[in-house]
Design a protein around this ligand. Structure first.
Ligand code: ADP
Length: 497
């Protein structure tokens, strides 16, 4: 007892044996964690130890002399009558689990042991009551019951097993998923549901869990009672006892057959789409190639006809035919370009050229074929040397200029910029036409994309900008557009020097 700081110091030497015993009891009562209370047979509290003070919140002065109903909830007053009747009959009431109420109104789960107090003649004169707080235990039980009901209601199979792989719990979802009833699974080795060629996985999983590592979203296959294989995603966590030892593993298994089936279906559709797309590209390549030959000979015959025709009226018809044929040829050329890009067969010359010259040529061409239009050219430098394919770059500029005119139904002027920057040259084509909505801007360089509203009567295939983008990209440049709906657009591209 020396050194036990909880117990009051007792000077045994000066006490008689009876006094010594009494002093010892008093010390125990004072130091125990259980509330120890005594009361008369009328229920009047006669003693109240420090643990009672702590448990119920009443000081000794507040409790002694009061009726015990001080700590009994109203709906349990009857219990007191029962207990007192037992005590009067000299019967001890043991481990009576009940609820009492503290001074602050908090309910306490207690286990009561109430014994009769006898006088010298063996007559019952009161009761001593030991109250043990079992709130913790009760709360743990409630928590356990709650967890158990979650496990029972879960759609995922939840299984626990020892580190040796022996199944120790098996929830209803596990029954549904694997077909084994709880009693058929518990006590069996987990290999019950592991296909033979995957037994090694268990060694790995148990290895990880034994080292305290959780195995997350482990996709695998397990087998059911009737031999069916199911794809699962497993999450296995260590089960740790109160002293921190790993004593087993809990496993949550989610059936991912539906998920996998939908992934497979998506992959299948994607493959199918790829094949169809390739077929379409092949068709476009073939069709444009086949169209090219008759177009070339038609063009040759028309040129001949233009030279031979003397009648003025007929001559205008031939001119019109020639201009329509040029449009048709350029459409077919664009389609051919698209199939070349798709097949990775668009080749580029590498030559030194002056970008300024190329821009001017493109402008001349456009002004020539669009007589009413005025094009302003803003350029501060005299020469802009570039390495690349001048024909392809001219194609880009002509395309941008043509679009600028096509998408400006009421316009009659454009502006072209050529700006030298540090390590690149920037070309811009500005129009005052219909413009493009902000949210559509990012799409216009995509293949076959056309802004549906506002294009009006302008026909097209939605491939011109796609080809421009590819040509500029292959020259290590950038192309983009700035635009305001209803006000006009400026298309820019850069080329490195
Ligand atoms: P196409 O003009 O044959 O449809 P493009 O690839 O050249 O194909 O252009 C894609 C789309 O971008 C066009 O359909 C049009 O909606 C829009 N667009 C291109 N240039 C302009 C412009 N200068 N002003 C307004 N819209 C434009």
């Amino acid at each position: 007892m020396e050194g036990n700081t909880h117990l009051p110091k007792i000077q045994m030497s000066v006490l008689s044996p009876v006094e010594e015993k009494q002093a010892m009891l008093a010390a125990i009562i004072a130091s125990t964690d259980d509330a120890i209370i005594s009361k008369t047979l009328d229920g009047i509290i006669t003693s109240w130890n420090p643990a009672a003070i702590k448990m119920f919140g009443y000081t000794e002065e507040e409790a002694i002399g009061k009726h015990i109903s001080l700590v009994i909830p109203n709906d349990r007053i009857d219990e007191e009558n029962f207990i007192i009747s037992q005590i009067k009959a000299g019967v001890k009431v043991e481990h009576f689990e009940t609820v009492r109420v503290a001074k602050d109104g908090e309910f306490l789960f207690l286990s009561l042991t109430v014994s009769p107090i006898l006088d010298g003649d063996g007559k019952v004169i009161g009761a001593s009551k030991i109250a043990r707080d079992i709130s913790e235990r009760k709360r743990a039980l409630v928590k356990q019951a709650m967890l158990a009901s979650i496990v029972a209601a879960s759609d995922d199979a939840i299984i626990s097993k020892t580190l040796q792989g022996i199944i120790t719990s098996w929830n209803p979802a596990a029954e549904r998923l694997f077909g084994f009833k709880e009693e058929q699974a518990i006590g069996k080795h987990i290999s019950l549901i592991i296909p033979d060629d995957r037994l090694d996985e268990e060694t790995y999983i148990i290895g990880e869990v034994s080292r305290g590592i959780k195995v997350d979203h482990f996709q695998t296959i397990r087998k059911t009672k009737d031999g069916k294989l199911v794809p699962l995603s497993l999450t296995v966590s260590p089960v740790i006892d109160e002293s921190g030892n790993i004593i087993g593993a809990s496993k949550i298994a989610r059936d991912i057959s539906a998920e996998q089936a939908s992934q497979q279906e998506t992959a299948r559709l994607y493959e199918h789409l790829k094949v169809l797309n390739a077929k379409k590209d092949d068709f476009i390549a073939l069709a444009s190639h086949e169209l090219k030959t008759p177009l070339s000979s038609m063009s040759a015959y028309l040129q001949l006809l233009a030279r031979l025709e003397t009648d003025a009226k007929n001559k205008t018809f031939v001119d019109k035919l020639q201009s329509q044929l040029t449009k048709l040829s350029s459409l077919v050329d664009d389609l051919l370009d698209v199939s070349k890009i798709e097949a990775g067969k668009m080749h580029f010359a590498k030559e030194d050229f002056d970008l300024r010259e190329v821009v001017e040529e493109a402008i001349d061409l456009i002004v020539h074929s669009n007589p009413g239009y005025s094009v302003t050219f803003e350029c501060l430098s005299s020469k802009c040397a570039i390495i690349g394919d001048s024909h392809r770059i001219e194609q880009v500029i002509v395309n941008l200029l043509t679009n600028a005119i096509r998408y400006s139904p009421d316009g009659n002027s454009l502006k072209v910029y050529l700006v030298e920057e540090d390590d690149q040259i920037k070309v811009g084509v500005e129009d005052y036409g219909i413009g493009i909505a902000q949210e559509k801007l990012q799409n216009i360089f995509s293949r076959y994309y056309r802004v549906d509203e506002g294009n009006g009567k302008v026909s097209g295939l939605g491939i011109g900008l796609y080809i421009c983008h590819e040509i500029v990209r292959r020259h290590n440049g950038k192309i983009w557009a700035e635009s305001k709906l209803g006000e006009g657009s400026t298309f820019w591209f850069t080329l490195p020097r």
